[in-house]
Ligand binder design. Structure first.
Ligand code: GDP
Ligand code: MG
Length: 171
């Protein structure tokens, strides 16, 4: 079975854990220890093929830069999460696409940008068009999501698996 490692990155409080846990356990966790870094595994079936997906929900606690480099290197695909309620959170992921591509020594590695908390429209600070055009400028796929309402959670992971599959099969 093909095994894909997906690394979830982004600033604190943007919903990385809520998004990952919603995907894995189909529930919304309102309070999750922000310092916990966890590895989840799930088997996914797509077009009759089975995949083992390993998701690393990072917590930004790594003391050594080399630790961060280690996961960036071991990941096959990356989910960069910001919150639509925080412009700072978009800035926090701004250098990641290039850092990932340098470390991975490839432009082919799938990177998906997710503007989470789309249910908080009244607190929106980042217009959809801003997230979208930035993602496009760095050649990343873009989604807005709500971990709370389970909007675009499966879709994001499915997209990542499809992108990985395309690279693997060379389409
Ligand atoms: P992390 O630090 O990136 O892992 O963020 P968490 O997953 O711990 O989420 C931080 C806070 O934002 C928690 O209180 C979550 O309940 C909340 N949160 C996460 N995702 C959403 C979302 O889609 N909508 C709303 N309204 N709140 C969210
Ligand atoms: Mg977390």
């Amino acid at each position: 079975m093909l095994e894909w490692k997906i690394v979830v990155l982004g600033g604190g409080g943007v919903g990385k854990s809520a998004f990952t846990i919603q995907y894995i356990h189909n529930r919304f966790v309102d309070r999750y220890d922000p310092t916990i870094e966890d590895l989840y595994r799930k088997t996914v079936e797509l077009d009759g093929k089975q995949y083992m997906v390993e998701i690393l929900d990072t917590a930004g606690q790594e003391t050594f830069m080399s630790m961060r480099d280690l996961y960036l290197r071991s990941g096959h695909a990356f989910l960069l999460v910001y919150s639509i309620t925080s412009s700072t959170s978009l800035q926090e992921i701004s250098t990641l696409p290039s850092q990932i591509r340098v470390l991975k020594e490839t432009d082919k590695c799938p990177i998906v940008v997710v503007g989470n908390k789309s249910d908080l429209e009244g607190e929106r600070k980042v217009p959809t068009s801003q997230g979208e055009s930035w993602a496009k400028s760095v050649s990343c796929t873009f989604f807005e999501s709500s971990a709370k309402n389970r909007v675009n959670v499966d879709e994001v992971f499915l997209k990542i698996i499809k992108l990985l599959d395309q690279i693997h099969t060379g389409d």
